[in-house]
Design a binder for this molecule. Structure first.
Ligand code: PGA
Length: 250
């Protein structure tokens, strides 16, 4: 049971079509009937659905985010790309940056840092993803990897109030596996302490992501330092998404 203000972020990845907007009805109803509750729901559909989702969610408390953005903060000759300015323009106020599925392509720490700065310029809140591979974990390099990702990703960022960190161990994304609760608590504590000391700030929000579902939420919610969850697969089904939120507060 938690009394904290919690984030539940739906990362839809490369899923969803025009009909998907209808799945929001249930979630809107749920959100409206729980107006005073201490949670924030954020939907991150693919770029193609940002505008549609944003119109649908306009008069609700539910927010919208994109799943990535370009390093350039405005417009430009970058075929196939979308900038944070364009994301903001269609009504989104968040953006996921540094997801491991993008790090696996061409997102280096340096590029992620540039994307974060571009998105902050456009007044978006950043869901900044970090996480280690299974090999790195086995070699006991988790702390080193996480501290590097944080140091380089947030280099030169002056104000961290619009940064939410999402810790997503790569080996737990889409695999059904989650870390042991004890070890996850320690890693979340490490991330928070590292950021607080390095950036001389009192607090930072840290979420967990990786195979969060309606069953394992009962264990995950016991980690008192967590500020919420980044949810992939399970977030596409509105009932499951709502159940995860409900169970967190039971
Ligand atoms: P998953 O994805 O919940 O399907 O593991 C999480 C994520 O990649 O953000």
């Amino acid at each position: 049971m938690t009394n904290k203000y919690m984030y539940f972020i739906a990362n839809w990845k490369m899923y969803g079509d025009l009909k998907s907007v209808n799945t929001l009805d249930k979630v809107i109803k749920f959100s409206k009937s729980n107006k005073n509750n201490k949670f924030k729901l954020i939907y991150c559909p693919p770029y193609t659905l940002l505008s549609l989702f944003s119109s649908k969610l306009k008069k609700t408390n539910i927010n919208i985010g994109a799943q990535n953005c370009h390093v350039n903060d405005g417009y430009g000759a970058f075929t196939g790309s979308v900038s944070s300015k364009m994301i903001k323009n269609v009504g989104a106020n968040h953006v996921i940056i540094g997801h491991s599925e993008n790090r696996a392509q061409d997102d280096t720490n340096l590029i992620i840092n540039r994307k974060i700065k571009a998105a902050l310029m456009n007044k978006l809140r950043i869901i900044f993803c970090i996480g280690e591979t299974l090999m790195e974990r086995k070699r006991k390099k988790t702390k080193k990897i996480l501290s590097n990702q944080i140091t380089q990703g947030l280099k030169g960022v002056k104000n961290l109030s619009n940064i939410i960190i999402a810790y997503e161990p790569i080996w737990s994304i889409g695999t059904g596996k989650i870390p042991k609760i004890n070890s996850l608590s320690k890693d979340i504590n490490y991330i928070k302490t590292f950021v607080q000391v390095k950036f001389k700030i009192k607090t930072v929000k840290v979420l967990y992501g990786g195979s969060v579902n309606t069953k394992n939420i009962n264990e995950l919610k016991e980690i008192s330092l967590l500020d919420g969850f980044l949810i992939g697969g399970a977030s596409q089904n509105p009932k499951n998404f709502i159940d995860i939120v409900k169970k967190t507060f039971i």
